[in-house]
Each structure stands twice: as C-alpha cells, then as structure tokens.
Design a protein around this ligand. Structure first.
Ligand SMILES: Cc1cc2nc3c(=O)[nH]c(=O)nc-3n(C[C@H](O)[C@H](O)[C@H](O)COP(=O)(O)OP(=O)(O)OC[C@H]3O[C@@H](n4cnc5c(N)ncnc54)[C@H](O)[C@@H]3O)c2cc1C
Length: 387
C-alpha cells in the first residue's frame, strides 16, 4: 500500500495538487462508483477521476436488473429515497406491431442515471472517496518501480499503485492504450428521452424497427425513459433524428403511438454514437477493466448496469483479498470470465433477432408460442442474484 501523504483533503481536490494515491479509478459511472465505495469502506486510499460533474444525464434505458438489488440494499446503496419504479413484465413488438408479453424472470427497477449516479457519488464522498471532477485522464503509463502514472488533461499527473479502468464503452484512454476494438467503427447510435406518457408502470417494453429497437420503462416520479439503439446509416439516410423517427421508428405502430402520445420533457434528446459490442479483455496494460470497459452486453438484455455494478464489486474484492498486482489481476480476470464471458456472447447472438422485420416477427412468435424457450434465453443473459 502506498504511504499516504498527510493532506487535508476535501472530497473534491484541486487539480494543481501532485497526487500520489493507492488506487486511482478512471471514470465515475456505476462500476467506478461501486468499486470506489467498497474500497474506501475498507479504509483504502481512493481517487476517482471523472470527466464530467454530477448530476448529469447519460444515454441508458435505466432499467436495472434485480440481480444486484440485494447487494445494493445490503451496502446501503439502493436508491429507495429516489422512488425507483418496480418492473416485473416484458412486452416485445415486431416491426409490424405484433405484440408478445411475458413476465421478467428476475424483474428490476427503473431509476434515472441523473439521480442514481449522483446518489452513489454522495455515498462515496461520505465514505471518504476523493474526487477529481471535470477532469479527463488522457493516458496511463504502466508501472515503473511499481507505480502507474496517469496524465490528466489539466496537465497534472497522478501516480497510483493500482488503476481501475471504469471509463465506459469508448474513451480517449482506449485510444491511448491502443486497444484493438478502438479502430473498428461501430454501426450503432443511442438516443434517449424522458417523457410523461400513459404506459403500464411495471412494464418494460421493447419495440423493434428496421435497423434498431426502442425501449420504454418508468423511472422515478411520473417519468418514463424512452431509449433506442439505431443503425447509424438510418441517421445518415434520413438526415436528422426527427426525420429518422418519423420515417423508420414510426413504421412500427406501437412506436408511432408512443411518440405521438407522450409529452417530451427535454428540448432535445441525449445522443451518443460509436456503440460497439466487440470483445475486450478484463485486464489490459495491467489495468483492471470494469463495466463496459471490459465488454458491453447488448442493451436489449437490460443488464449492462447490473454487470457494471457486479464488476465494481469483483474488482474491489480482488484488491482487498490480495497484495500483489499479479494476483489481483488473476483473481479478477478469472471471476470476470466465469460470470460474464458467456452472457456477453449470448447477448450478441440474441441481438440478431432484433431490428429486422423477419427476425423480430420470429422473436415475437417465439415468445408467444414457446414461452419456456424464450424464458430460458432471457435467463442466460441474466446472472444469479449477487449479495
Ligand atoms: C442505448 C443504450 C441503452 C442501455 N440501456 C440499459 C438498460 O436499460 N439497462 C442496463 O442495465 N444497461 C443499459 N445500457 C448499458 C449501461 O448503460 C452500461 O452498461 C453501464 O452504464 C456501464 O457502466 P460503466 O460504469 O461501465 O460506464 P459508464 O456508466 O458509461 O461510465 C463511464 C464514465 O467514465 C467517464 N470517463 C470516460 N473516459 C474518461 C476519462 N478518460 N477520464 C475520466 N473519466 C472518463 C465518463 O464520463 C463516464 O461517467 C444501455 C446502453 C446503451 C448504449
């Protein structure tokens, strides 16, 4: 463990400070925040560097699988005070609007990332995690004399004994580290809205359209999340988000009705591009990769957030159980592979049933005629409940 300097840290430290920390976490989404919280709770010296400042919106469907609920409750991290929705049922529609329904095997809850990430950030601060916000890590040099060196976009440097990469699906760091997936262009964009609408509060619906799929579910208060993944060629073809929605999404009558009957709460949607589901590795350049940085499950499975939370827990456990970097890496990589490798693969396979007329019709038929089989497939993208 790195010897701690005597310093009078407020939780948000100033950038001109030359930091030497034991554990540096790059990125403060769910994976980074959970790892930070658990490590600080065990008395470890943690600095989390986040390029944005809480609270903020992210493109995400905001449905969290119950596989992590008991763990969150036990750690005092379940956002009860924010009033999350309870989600128990699933509806699927094909491009022509044919519908099938089934119960969600584990179910989940709906909560905005604006609220949930901020809630976890406050919990981390109270636990003693130090934060550098509005700060981007631009490079990480692997250990020289046992310390990593992180370059910040502010010109400062941080040295650390351990680095956790919790920087999401695609980051400047991936380029700096020359991760192989970075060179591949991704075909997908993501679009998200918050709306008020008439929709069953316990239902997660997933509606297909040619070139993508769109989810809707309730989050806190009386707000619903509408979030879709679309092939970027659609945007190119139609020229704008609004035109793409009218021309492509609304061909599914379920989506036309949903969009036309909802009150949109923001002036414009949150949009991201370059979403890809390439395989990555849980340890690269001696950095433990968490959440989407280790590999992203396709959003239709609805458990990227649960996986992110679970990887934060596994990374913290590996660090707390071992002293040497090598042993930590081996422990983390082997638990990551056993929990997630197959799920991510099945997620990629299931995604093939979405976003085209014939396949989405087949998926709806499968749920209607072979509900047992559909439930088995759903189960395989889900993990066991964690404590
Ligand atoms: C369209 C879409 C819909 C989805 N819907 C769902 C859903 O309904 N349910 C579900 O469970 N999952 C869903 N997901 C997946 C889920 O959003 C992710 O799996 C989850 O957010 C991953 O968490 P994370 O901690 O790995 O990364 P993130 O939550 O992405 O956090 C990464 C953080 O790192 C920061 N960062 C990046 N680079 C740097 C840097 N260089 N320096 C400092 N900070 C940096 C970013 O600002 C960000 O805050 C969806 C994803 C998409 C794209």
């Amino acid at each position: 463990m790195v010897e701690k300097e005597t310093r009078n840290f407020s939780n948000e430290i100033t950038e001109d400070f030359m930091h030497q920390v034991e554990i540096a976490i790059i990125g403060g989404g769910l994976s980074g925040l959970v790892a930070a919280y658990l490590l600080a709770k065990s008395g470890r010296d943690v600095l989390l560097v986040e390029k944005k400042s809480y609270p903020f919106h992210r493109v995400c469907g905001e449905y969290i699988s119950n596989e992590v609920s008991a763990f969150l409750v036990e750690e005092g991290l379940f956002p009860t005070a924010l009033g999350p929705s309870t989600l128990t049922r699933f509806r699927l529609s094909s491009i022509n609007g044919r519908v099938a329904e089934m119960p969600l095997d584990l179910g989940g809850f709906g909560i905005s990332r604006f609220g949930f990430d901020h809630f976890l950030y406050e919990k981390c601060k109270a636990m003693g995690v130090n934060f550098l916000l509005n700060t981007q890590v631009s490079d990480v040099v692997e250990p020289k004399e046992s310390l990593f060196e992180l370059s910040l976009d502010t010109g400062s440097t941080v040295t650390a004994s351990f680095v956790l990469g919790a920087f999401g699906k695609r980051s400047k760091i991936d380029k700096a580290l020359k991760r192989p997936f970075f060179a591949k262009r991704s075909p997908f964009i993501g679009v998200k809205y918050h709306v008020r609408t008439l929709h069953e509060p316990d239902m997660v619906a997933l509606h297909n359209f040619e070139g993508g799929y769109c989810g809707i579910n309730k989050v806190e208060d009386d707000i619903f999340n509408i979030c879709y993944l679309a092939n970027r060629h659609l945007l190119k073809k139609h020229g704008s988000i609004a035109a793409m929605e009218t021309e492509a999404l609304f061909k599914n009558p379920q989506l036309a009705k949903l969009f036309n009957e909802s009150e949109f709460l923001w002036e414009k949607p949150e949009v991201i591009n370059e979403i890809n589901f390439c395989t990555k590795k849980p340890v690269e350049n001696n950095i433990l990769m968490l959440g989407d940085a280790a590999g992203m499950i396709t959003p239709l499975c609805g458990n990227g957030m649960a996986i992110a939370i679970h990887t934060g827990k596994l990374a913290a456990e590996a660090i707390l159980a071992h002293n040497s970097l090598k042993k930590i890496q081996t422990a983390y990589a082997s638990s990551w592979e056993s929990y997630f490798e197959k799920r991510l693969y099945i997620g990629r396979m299931v995604q093939r049933l979405f976003g085209s007329a014939a396949q989405s019709d087949f998926a709806v038929g499968l749920v209607n005629q072979f509900p047992y089989l559909a439930r088995q497939i759903m189960r395989r993208t889900h993990g066991e409940k964690i404590n």
